[in-house]
Write a protein that binds this ligand. Structure first.
Ligand code: FAD
Ligand code: NAI
Length: 481
């Protein structure tokens, strides 16, 4: 017998579970289907972000940061002898953090009366007033359950892209999943792709003692980031010993038996010279592909774009009436908070309200040390678009709190329209950039000018004073630099 819902959400990552909760809050009878499972085969709602993305990576970044910091405490007069890392314990802590998040989502579903189905969802057919969806339980031999929904939200996320001809085995050739589960610190580790995952996960294992090389095909480092900020970040990573080779064209990857230097990578360097790298393990982080396989999207005529993403309009509506899609499975940045915003907006639109997502003020953060964060346009983008601007830069070296923290690498850069002074972009490399960027997002959402920020009282001594000083720098009147 088919069970009927107002809204069925396929996928319980940040896009899907948030959409389901918001739909239920708005009085819609809502179901959410998710296929992720934990090590015991149980349900693990939360998607890539909770299980193999944002949350476990930040847990490991924190552990490895503590480990590295402990070796630097001598400056504070603190001597710690024999600092060691117990990788099994670190991983157990990470898994506990992940589980807390999985449990939290299950609790929220109950609280908001969202019906949760653990299994794989797929379209069966359009029916009168909606769509029939099958839920295939993951246990072998189980018969699928049939649901009908008046409105469907697809939030199936994305998966790691493999190098052509080198599939993931999660032992020697790792995706983000295996990279976050390593049972021991590899002696030599290679990463392909100096993007967000390459830098974050590369940092974790370098801090714990691995010799890390990152091979990046592009000649520029972090091309999407403001050039001045990317240059400053690269300087810091070079100093840390994170070896980043730009302009490296990877050729043959040979995978031998498990053990020391099991992976041989042949590549051509930026000068066109043939090179080779032998490592214990290889992490491939060259972007992600939208998850549409197994959805049976053809049954209802859902089109895909050239990247394999579901086609949606600015409101996350697919061309098929009553079917919506949000998060990594559609266009736009593959970020958890972007997926969440879209999930809320779609639920509100289904309920007849006016959901709103401003893709122009979505913040980006790279959780390395120093952290990198930005919102809005970079200097190179403004130049390319021919927009007149004024730039203000303030280095953390001139910020009292950063000096007290002993964390002075980096800067805040603010870009404001030359005519109206409206803030067009804020770029930060430095301590707590992930938290500081929220002030810039808020300012931009309210269409603040740099003068507005320059005239707002900021507590002293705080890192956020660097944002006020960068705003003052736009008008060439910094007080502390
Ligand atoms: P997902 O989180 O991918 O969730 C989709 C869910 O749908 C999954 O549970 C999947 O199993 C399920 N599913 C797929 N197909 C079906 C089906 N047919 N039936 C049922 N269920 C299905 N973003 C940030 O903003 N900040 C970060 O710090 C950050 N760190 C990251 C670190 C790593 C290592 C990685 C890989 C990603 C990181 N991201 C981060 C990106 C973030 O994880 C994604 O942008 C986000 O998870 C996308 O959310 P989503 O809901 O669209 O999809
Ligand atoms: P990415 O797009 O950030 O970086 C991939 C990098 O690999 C690029 O620099 C690209 O030029 C390079 N590359 C592609 N093919 C290559 C090849 N054959 N050889 C060498 N280099 C190659 O993708 P990544 O790091 O896989 O992360 C995927 C996405 O997940 C991110 O774009 C982001 O949306 C999300 N994410 C977000 C995080 C955050 O918000 N802090 C953390 C981690 C992931």
């Amino acid at each position: 017998m088919s069970q009927a819902f107002d809204v069925i959400v396929i996928g319980a990552g940040p896009g899907g579970y948030i959409a389901a909760i918001r739909a239920a809050q708005l009085g819609l009878n809502t179901a959410c289907i998710d296929a992720s499972q934990n090590d015991q085969g149980g349900a693990a709602p939360g998607g890539t972000c909770t299980n193999v993305g944002c949350i476990p990576s930040k847990a490991l970044l924190q552990s490895s940061e503590h480990f590295e910091q402990a070796t630097h405490w001598a400056d504070h007069g603190i001597t710690v002898a024999g600092v060691q890392i117990d990788v099994a314990k670190m991983q157990a802590r990470k898994s506990a953090v992940v589980r807390q998040n999985n449990d939290g989502i299950q609790y929220l579903f109950k609280k908001n009366k969202v019906r949760f189905f653990h299994g794989r969802g797929s379209f069966v057919q359009a029916v009168e007033g909606g769509y029939r969806i099958a839920v295939q339980a993951l246990a072998q031999g189980a018969a699928p359950e049939l649901l009908t929904g008046k409105q469907i939200i697809v939030a199936t996320g994305s998966s790691a892209r493999a190098l052509p001809g080198t599939p993931f085995d999660e032992e020697r050739v790792l995706s983000n999943d295996g990279a976050l589960r390593l049972a021991a610190v590899p002696k030599r580790l290679a990463l392909i792709g100096a993007g967000v995952i390459g830098l974050e996960i590369g940092s974790v294992w370098r801090r714990l003692g691995a010799e890390v090389t990152i091979l990046e095909s592009l000649p520029t480092f972090l091309g999407a980031v403001d050039e001045q900020i990317a240059k400053e970040a690269k300087k810091a990573f070079d100093k840390q010993g994170l070896a980043i080779e730009l302009g490296a064209q990877v050729g043959q990857v040979s995978v031998g038996k498990k053990g020391a230097q099991a992976v041989h990578i042949a590549y051509t360097d930026a000068k066109g010279q043939a090179q080779a790298l032998d490592v214990d393990q290889l992490i491939v982080a060259i972007g992600r592909v939208p998850n549409t396989q197994g959805l049976n999207a053809e049954a209802v005529g859902l089109p895909l774009d050239e990247r394999g993403a579901l086609v949606v309009d600015a409101d996350c509506k697919t061309p098929v009436p009553g079917i919506w899609a949000v998060g990594d499975v559609v266009r736009g940045p593959m970020l958890a908070h972007k997926a969440e915003e879209e999930g809320v907006a779609v639920a509100e639109r289904i309920a007849g309200q006016h959901g709103h997502v401003n893709l122009g003020t979505i913040p980006w953060v790279i959780y390395t040390h120093p952290e990198i964060a930005w919102v809005g346009r970079s200097e190179q983008q403004l130049k390319a678009e021919g927009i007149g601007y004024r730039a203000g830069v303030f280095p953390f070296l001139a910020n009292g709190r950063a000096r007290a923290l002993g964390d002075t690498a980096g800067m805040v850069k603010m870009l404001a329209d030359a005519g109206t002074d409206e803030i067009l972009g804020v770029h930060i490399v430095g301590p707590q950039a992930s938290e500081l960027i929220a002030q810039a997002v808020l300012a931009m959402e309210f269409k603040a000018s740099s003068e507005d920020i320059a005239r707002i009282c900021h507590a002293h001594p705080t890192l956020s004073e660097a944002i006020k000083e960068a705003a003052l720098a736009v008008d060439k009147r910094t007080l502390n630099f």
